[in-house]
Design a protein around this ligand. Structure first.
Ligand SMILES: [Zn+2]
Ligand SMILES: [Zn+2]
Length: 486
């Protein structure tokens, strides 16, 4: 059997696993768990890997729901990243065509991570089957990465060395088109500012009180002025996470605001964070309160690797696309009808692909499912979101594809995305993603020149720059009320 046949046999074996992968994705959808509380999802995925002969390690980065599962010996080590956290407030009945939460205010899979963790698992199983059948040297390691949405779990794992020794890492994200983007994402950082003052009767003894709520108001006002004097690519978002209660006749002794700062580079984020810290200290000084600045999380910007993105792009084109029935197309079209016109990733990408991109977007505008592969976008393209995959990309060559698992134009973090998370379209997309990732990993195992080129490109990208890990004393905290920052 030649190399191509060995690869094809591993991919064909994945078809037999289709029912297993669909059932896993549905089970995780049915039990949505938010960042760092994904006990069911982590246990379920780990059990499937352990049953297939992978060796488990738990508690990476000090996170209870983080794990790795490794198979193979010698040769290069290929990491495959999986996520499985849900979003608070995104509960939604599967298949419903209007907002209809299963649990009002409850969590739901509004980003598709129930599929993400499972598609990556399928890829890891197929690579394991290839290694076992051929006896080829090489190792595949599945990383169960918790808290992508509100905790940046991979940054904790990266700081503690979980990704050391990898020759590359592959990932995917469920979406509404098929692409190997090579795009950069924004770095970010989240800080909680907690003010402590002194309570008092707001009418009879206001002079004795020191208002923490006033301090939060002055922090927000100060940052509003700061926004004019930072780089235009930066974003500073906030939420008031504690107003100090709902009694206006009390001087509020406690109040708190959560800030999320984004910029193209982590060093720029740090610079802006230091200035927001100063504004917070100023607000405390003005109000006679104390402020505690508490680090919550940070993500590095994603360093694209064109060599790896090229390998994944070729496999996106080579692996047969899913076939959809009339019922599936009608299901997707019904969701398209609930979406505002002009949105979607394809429209956003069209601008970055020039005239060819605009023609592409126009050609596919009326489709209910974008069942084609978008040509590669240049490395200088920017996505305004952030991802903790960025931290991994500083430690080894990393690539991430997007695969269609839902109706064209479905936005991230929407009720429509949760509602489509158990559909047969979602299952077919997940299987396709698993095959593309497995095919890419097998190419990298069969062709050492590709991994060498990816490594050289990675070293050139770093050009002497160092990965900036999160502070050694940082511990994961679940901020209640904070939804998502990705
Ligand atoms: Zn998300
Ligand atoms: Zn996501």
């Amino acid at each position: 059997m030649d190399l191509a046949q060995q690869k094809q046999r591993a991919l064909d074996a994945l078809d037999l696993r289709a029912p297993q992968l669909a059932a896993l994705g549905d089970a995780i959808w049915d039990r949505p768990e938010t960042s760092f509380e994904e006990h069911f999802a982590a246990r379920t995925l780990a059990a499937a890997l352990e049953k297939a002969g992978f060796a488990l390690t738990w508690g990476l980065g000090g996170l209870e729901t983080a794990f790795s599962a490794a198979f193979g010996t010698g040769g290069p080590t290929i990491g495959i990243l999986g996520e499985y956290d849900a979003l608070s407030g995104m509960s939604q009945r599967a298949g419903a065509l209007a907002p209809d939460p299963l649990v009002p205010g409850g969590p739901g899979h509004g980003c598709g991570h129930n599929l993400l963790g499972v598609g990556s698992l399928g890829a890891a199983l197929a690579v394991k089957e290839y290694l076992a059948a051929t006896g080829a040297p090489g190792k595949v390691v599945y990383f169960g990465c918790p808290g992508e949405e509100a905790g940046a779990g991979k940054a904790f794992m990266a700081r503690d060395g979980a990704f050391d020794g990898l020759d590359c890492a592959l990932c995917w994200h469920p979406g509404e088109l098929n692409a190997a983007t090579s795009a950069r994402c924004l770095a970010n950082c989240e800080v909680l500012y907690r003010f402590t003052g002194r309570s008092s009767h707001a009418a009879s003894a206001p002079h004795l009180g020191r208002s923490a709520l006033d301090a939060v108001t002055l922090l927000n006002t100060g940052v509003q002025f700061l926004r004019e004097h930072i780089i235009p690519e930066a974003r500073v978002h906030y939420a008031v996470t504690d107003t100090g209660g709902y009694s206006p006749n009390v001087v509020q002794a406690y109040a708190e605001a959560l800030y999320l700062i984004r910029a193209p580079q982590r060093s720029q984020v740090e610079e802006i964070r230091a200035r927001v810290d100063d504004v917070a200290r100023g607000a405390a000084l003005m109000t006679g309160t104390q402020v505690e600045c508490r680090f919550v999380k940070a993500c590095s910007e994603l360093l694209p690797n064109h060599t790896l993105a090229g390998v994944m792009g070729e496999n996106l084109a080579a692996v047969p696309l899913p076939l959809y029935s009339e019922e599936e197309l009608a299901f997707a079209r019904a969701y398209c009808d609930t979406l505002p016109a002009g949105g979607g990733t394809l429209a956003a990408m069209a601008g970055q692909l020039g005239p060819a991109g605009k023609a592409l977007a126009e050609a596919h505008r009326a489709e209910p499912i974008h069942n084609f592969v978008v040509p590669a976008v240049g490395g200088e393209a920017f996505l305004s979101s952030s991802t903790d995959v960025g931290d991994v990309s500083w430690l080894c060559p990393t690539a991430q594809i997007m695969v269609a698992t839902m109706a064209a134009g479905t936005p991230g973090h929407s009720w429509q995305r949760t509602a489509q998370g158990k559909s047969s379209i979602a299952h077919k997309g997940t299987l396709y993603a698993a095959k593309v990732m497995a095919a890419s990993a097998i190419d990298l195992l069969q062709r050492p020149d590709l991994l060498r080129a990816a490594g050289e490109e990675h070293r050139a990208q770093l050009a002497g720059r160092q990965y900036l890990p999160i502070p050694p004393e940082a511990r994961p905290i679940a901020v209640r009320g904070a939804q998502s920052e990705s």
